[in-house]
Design a protein around this ligand. Structure first.
Ligand SMILES: *[C@@H]1O[C@H](CO)[C@@H](O)[C@H](O)[C@H]1NC(C)=O
Ligand SMILES: *[C@@H]1O[C@H](CO)[C@@H](O)[C@H](O)[C@H]1NC(C)=O
Length: 350
């Protein structure tokens, strides 16, 4: 704990300096067994300040982390040796995947797999909104096996939600279209919240700060399959492809499938694939629930991942059929026309 770095920031924001909280000197253990919720703070950014971390169903038991009206409130998180765990789901917070080279951030999410974990140090501090109160913050220490430092930030995602991301040390890049806002993570008691998180489907629920308003409001009753099998139509699913992963400076943020696009409230994977095929294209992809993009080639930098988690980025339901996923926010559900005489099989995700 670095008291000297804590106190000045508190004094600057406090109305009554004399009422400042007394920070306990005893170091906190790296394990917190009593169930808690995670609140985020950035007092200068009211759009995220004091919101709670929600868990969003992302396939294969994974949960993606959001604030805002995306995902389900979660009251039974614990900290085990500095790692945020959701024991009821057998998953823990890791960093990996969805690297964005516009702002050099990487997604933080929860999985049972062995991705490098996010390591936090519980630290006593004063509550910026009420400097007479102490709070326990989860100070970000390191992305396991990576250089120490950096911080956790939240970046606008979809449906008004913000996703949790890792911002590396010695980085100064900001995505002009969606700034990743630096946040402090705070341990909050679970209060009256249910002790096993509500996890049905990819429902959305309010991240209301009241512990009693936890019931998720479900708009769709079934969880779509990870992706829609379209091999009967002669297209194979390749994966969930990024729009933005740019390593070639001459790539100019171009679209992954740039040759044709249309959109509509009746969008489904069938409609997109049949339309691209009718126009003579061999690649087709749905995005943002209602868009369809076509092309005959795509850049190697836009290659989709091979993990189940990578497919989880394509988690927007199709506007024309909520039982299917049609891409995501800057992610394409990408299909390729099968060649004549070759078995038409989807890629395998592990
Ligand atoms: C709030 O977010 C901005 C943008 O990321 C950052 O510059 C600032 O340091 C943050 N403030 C706090 C108190 O974390
Ligand atoms: C989908 O909607 C568009 C208008 O948005 C319409 O032109 C088209 O015929 C519709 N296609 C199907 C298959 O319903």
């Amino acid at each position: 704990m670095h008291l000297s770095s804590v106190v000045p920031t508190i004094v600057a924001g406090a109305a009554l300096v004399s009422a400042q909280c007394v920070i306990p000197m005893t170091p906190l253990p790296g394990t917190i067994s009593a169930p808690f919720r995670v609140q985020v703070q950035n007092a200068s950014r009211p759009e995220v300040h004091n919101k709670y971390m929600n868990l969003f169903v992302a396939g294969a038991g994974d949960r993606h982390l959001f604030i805002g009206p995306v995902g389900n409130p979660t009251y039974d998180l614990t900290l085990i040796d500095g790692v945020i765990n959701w024991v009821a789901g057998g998953i823990r917070a890791v960093i990996g995947g969805e690297y964005s080279d516009i702002d050099h951030t990487t997604k933080m999410f929860m999985t049972e797999r062995g991705d490098p974990r996010a390591i936090f140090e519980p630290t006593n501090a004063c509550d910026p909104d009420d400097p007479t109160q102490t709070q326990v913050e989860l100070r970000f220490v390191t992305w396991q096996s990576h250089p120490a430092g950096g911080w956790i930030c939240v970046r606008p995602a979809f449906d008004g939600g913000y996703e949790f991301r890792y911002y590396p040390p010695d980085n100064n890049l900001v995505d002009p279209n969606r700034e990743c806002i630096k946040v402090t993570l705070v341990v909050r008691p679970s209060g009256d919240g249910p002790l096993t998180s509500t996890t049905s489907g990819t429902t959305t629920a309010s991240s209301d700060t009241s512990a009693t308003s936890a019931a998720p409001s479900s708009t769709a009753t079934t969880t779509p399959a990870l992706f829609t099998d379209m091999t009967a139509m002669g297209f194979r699913f390749i994966g969930c492809a990024p729009e933005e992963r740019r390593v070639d400076p001459f790539d100019f943020y171009g679209r992954t499938l740039p040759d044709a696009v249309f959109s509509g409230d009746n969008m489904t994977n069938e409609l997109c694939l049949s339309s691209c095929a009718a126009a003579g294209y061999i690649y087709a992809g749905t995005e943002w629930s209602r868009e369809c993009w076509c092309a005959n080639a795509y850049a190697p930098t836009r290659q989709p991942g091979t993990t189940v988690a990578s497919v989880g980025n394509c988690n927007f339901r199709c506007s024309g059929d909520v039982s299917q996923f049609c891409g995501g926010d800057a992610w394409l559900s990408l299909y390729q026309k099968c060649l004549d005489g070759v078995p038409c099989v989807n890629n395998v995700f592990t």
